[in-house]
Ligand binder design. Sequence first.
Ligand code: GDP
Ligand code: MN
Length: 344
Amino acid sequence: TGEPEGILVRTSSKYAPDAKNTDRIPATLLALVRNSEVDDMVASMNDLERTWNHKFNYPWTFFNDEPFSDEFIKKTSAATKAKCNYEVIPDEHWAVPSWIDKDMFDASAAVLEKNGVQYARMMSYHQMCRWNSGMFYKHPALKDVRYYWRVEPKVHFFCDVDYDVFRYMHDNNKTYGFTITLYDDPKTLPTLWPETAKFLADHPTYLKENNAVKWVTDSERRPEHNLNAQGFSTCHFWTNFEVADMEFWRSQVYDDYFNHLDKAGGFFYERWGDAPVHSIAVGLFEDKSKIHWFRDIGYQHIPFFNCPNSPKCKGCVTGRLTDGEPFLHREDCRPNWFKYAHMD
Ligand code: GDP
Ligand code: MN
């Protein structure tokens, strides 16, 4: 078409926000967020647009359990050249399931609270964890979308990333990408592993070859966690950052697993997070070579960092998991991932 061949020109036209014959693959940046968090959302967008997305212009898709405000739409759409989609979550995806008993929820919350579990009584937090575990990828707005990058308000990105992260996932046959792994509080999920074990007993063929079960169940560094969590190490991918292929969540195997957990009630009677649920599922039902550590993506969600040692990164300190209390360093379980599951 007589278009100049310069790299910059080609890159910018290939990834122009409105390009028709684009190289982009079906993917979106994805955020569940409240109207009240708009300024923190814009701060996250500014970081990710500056370090990565202004080069690729992947669309943003925002989800909310109520309609987005005009202010939210105005401020977020001004933070990117890319297309923004604003989606309300259908009631059948967000509502507390009919089989959850309110009195039992209150009674369980009292026990969790006594054990120091944060957000125990906050129903919307439980709904959020369930939605992130087994609902978001069923939203009609994502019907033709395959990969997503999850972004929360008030997170930070520190490093220039010059390649198309979604294309990397696709071309290297990766299912799941993470930056940080942490131990969970076993008191939030005492029956998650027993329920998983029941599910495995019913579906022995679902275990994937070359899985990461040794990582999921290892007890080396925090044996007391293993005891309290009944066999689960509690080491999980920290899902507030997550780049993944929704075909995995949309598979029969994951659908059956999520439905089993949902019926068991632990999203409400305990406080199962989407992080341990996603991590166990990927660890058991996917080939571990399809799980990727994005060591080059500098990231922070308070209080933890992933900070690469690279001139491409600005504003974080290399070699530290946290600026917070020293005991927080003990939460890091990346060494277990490398030891038991994957040594890149
Ligand atoms: P934490 O990181 O575990 O402390 O949980 P957050 O409070 O950060 O919540 C996780 C994500 O879900 C954030 O992006 C929130 O904006 C979002 N979120 C949590 N609860 C709700 C809710 O009830 N409605 C909406 N729209 N977003 C929520
Ligand atoms: Mn958060």
